[in-house]
Write a protein that binds this ligand. Structure first.
Ligand code: ADP
Length: 536
């Protein structure tokens, strides 16, 4: 027997309408490149997002077409979050930290038709432009617009009156984000209207982010990283004030915004919080932050010391785990009633875990011998499934190294689960270095180092770093008789990679440990260099 309930599609249009109608006077504020703060309301944002949707449709954008953004976090980017899906199209956020050639490859793979670019990012787009076939380039901001582009403001001007949302199903795509490939090319994850709405509702519940209309949310997490963890959609759904840092990610700029805009929830990777903590310690009393301000921290493990340090400032860290493939929030750490009565050390230990799976998300730990018991000790690969977990990649499909035959996503994270259902990430099998929340492919670096004429072999591993969480360490074997220095290798790599990807640390050895099949034995290298500290 079927239910008597309506088959009412879950779409982001509904979130936009709700934000504009019921919370029309709530504010959205963002820092411009010149550091001034711009602001408008949800009513303005709704009007402009609908204008963008109408303009896209009038310009020939059809259902399912990809419209890219190359933008910092700000008001126009939020309009794109809603306006592009409102046109029935797919918001494709481009990671502006990647090398121009990599961005160009991603634009071509996604077959982006239009792109919206922040005026301050035009120099980057200039480097991408010769390698792509994008039909129209819309420039947001008030800077100069080159002849081959047009002004975003002019594009949306006078549009949107009487705009009607297309009748797309809830499983239609609304967004797209590429993951960093361990080897080979990045892969596209495609979000849907339904998955986005369900993710928004769930992250907003009290035990998750406890989002409400009374909140003021600062999204430091880039809007090009898994939709800034989905929080802009959830915040709009409940009518929370939203604040964006634009291109200014320095600790003092962020703290000024937090104090000035009355922020109650801020999100970012541990690296950001490390710098904020240093600024707070260096200038006690300088910023009047909302007492009990919550911080959602994830993307890399949160050290217990960081939780304690912020508690001393009266600021509460909420630790979460997720991936681009999981929309991205899969778990968040919250205390259960039995922990509330426990001592502080026990509480910190619980909060430092990656947390409890969100409602509707299933997790299992799979070892060589099959599914592992939830005893807090047995580790294996973390596998997940749920309504906002991707089941395949754009064009590539569901390869067996990423998905199991019975339909679970293989995360590449090595984890355990305890009897109470708390996840703990122990390690990862992905051969990547995560520096300041951004991935660096160790394989790409190794290949490039081995491209140096004086190098015989090289392996790159992640080493811990106090500020960047991880940095790459290159372990190098020189060719017999050849003379090579760290400086020469750095220079060699700087010609091929953005500066932040290039290792600061090089160690020269006589031989690299290998597996029986001749692959570099990274586990042994990690072991050998466990106590190595970055010189940078
Ligand atoms: P994001 O864009 O959110 O950083 P990615 O897909 O780039 O997502 O990275 C996901 C990976 O980051 C996870 O598979 C895991 O290895 C790592 N990660 C994310 N959150 C945590 C966490 N809280 N603790 C440890 N590792 C984490």
């Amino acid at each position: 027997m079927l239910s008597t309930m309506m088959a009412y599609p879950l779409t982001t249009h509904h979130i936009l309408e709700r934000a504009g109608r019921f919370f029309g006077d709530r504010e959205i504020a963002w820092r411009r490149p010149d550091r001034s703060v711009a602001r408008y309301t949800y009513a303005d944002m709704r009007r402009r997002a609908r204008a963008l949707a109408a303009a896209l449709v009038a310009a020939g954008i059809r259902e399912g077409d990809r419209v890219a953004t190359l933008m910092w976090n700000g008001g126009a980017h939020l309009e794109a979050y809603f306006g592009i899906p409102a046109a029935g199209a797919v918001l494709h956020t481009l990671n502006l930290r990647l090398a121009p050639e990599d961005i160009a490859w991603i634009v071509n793979d996604a077959e982006d038709r239009f792109v919206i670019v922040d005026d301050v990012l035009l120099p980057l787009w200039e480097k991408i432009r010769p390698h792509v076939n994008v039909e129209r380039v819309l420039v947001a901001g008030s800077g100069a617009v080159p002849g081959w582009a047009e002004r975003y403001e002019a594009f949306i001007a006078g549009k949107g009156e009487g705009f009607e949302y297309p009748d797309i199903g809830e499983n239609a795509a609304c967004g797209m984000c590429y993951t960093s490939g361990t080897t080979g090319r990045p892969k596209g994850v495609v979000y849907g209207h339904r998955s986005t709405v369900l993710h928004s509702i769930t992250i907003a519940i009290p035990d998750c982010l406890g989002l409400s209309v009374h909140d003021a949310v600062l999204a430091v997490t880039p809007m090009f990283h898994a939709n800034s963890w989905g929080v802009p959609y959830a915040a709009a759904m409940v009518g929370a004030k939203q604040v964006f840092p634009g291109p200014h990610l320095g600790a003092e700029d962020l703290l000024d915004l937090m104090a000035g805009e009355g922020i109650t929830l801020a999100l970012g990777v541990p690296t950001i919080w490390m710098t904020i903590r240093e600024a707070l310690d260096a200038h006690p009393g300088r910023w009047a932050l909302a007492r009990g301000m919550r911080m959602m921290v994830g993307g890399s493990a949160v050290p217990p010391a960081m939780i304690r340090a912020f508690d001393r400032h009266g600021l509460a860290i909420k630790h979460g785990w997720g991936m681009t493939e999981t929309s991205p929030v899969g778990s968040l750490a919250w205390l259960k009633p039995q922990h509330v009565a426990a001592d502080y050390d026990t509480q910190v230990a619980v909060r430092a875990k990656q947390g409890i799976p969100l409602p509707l998300v299933d997790m299992r730990i799979v070892g060589d011998a099959g599914e592992q018991p939830w005893d807090g000790k047995s580790v294996g690969e973390l596998q997940v499934r749920g309504p906002w977990i991707t089941g395949s990649y754009f064009k590539v499909g569901a390869q067996p190294d990423k998905f199991t035959a019975d339909g679970w996503l293989r995360t590449g994270d090595v984890a355990s689960m305890d009897a109470e259902g708390y996840l703990r990430i122990a390690d990862r099998t992905k051969d990547l270095v995560k520096s300041g929340g951004e991935w660096i492919s160790s394989v790409d670096l190794e290949n490039a180092v081995m491209g140096h004429p004086a190098v015989a072999e090289a392996a790159v591993i992640a080493i811990p770093h106090p500020k960047w969480d991880e940095r790459p360490l290159a372990v190098v074997v020189a060719k017999p008789g050849a003379n090579v220095t760290a400086e020469a290798l750095r220079e060699h790599l700087l010609a091929q990679f953005p500066k932040w990807m290039v290792p600061d640390d090089y160690v020269f050895v006589d031989a690299l440990p290998k597996t029986s099949t001749g692959k570099f034995l990274k586990t042994k290298l990690r072991e050998d260099f466990r106590d190595y500290r970055s010189k940078a």
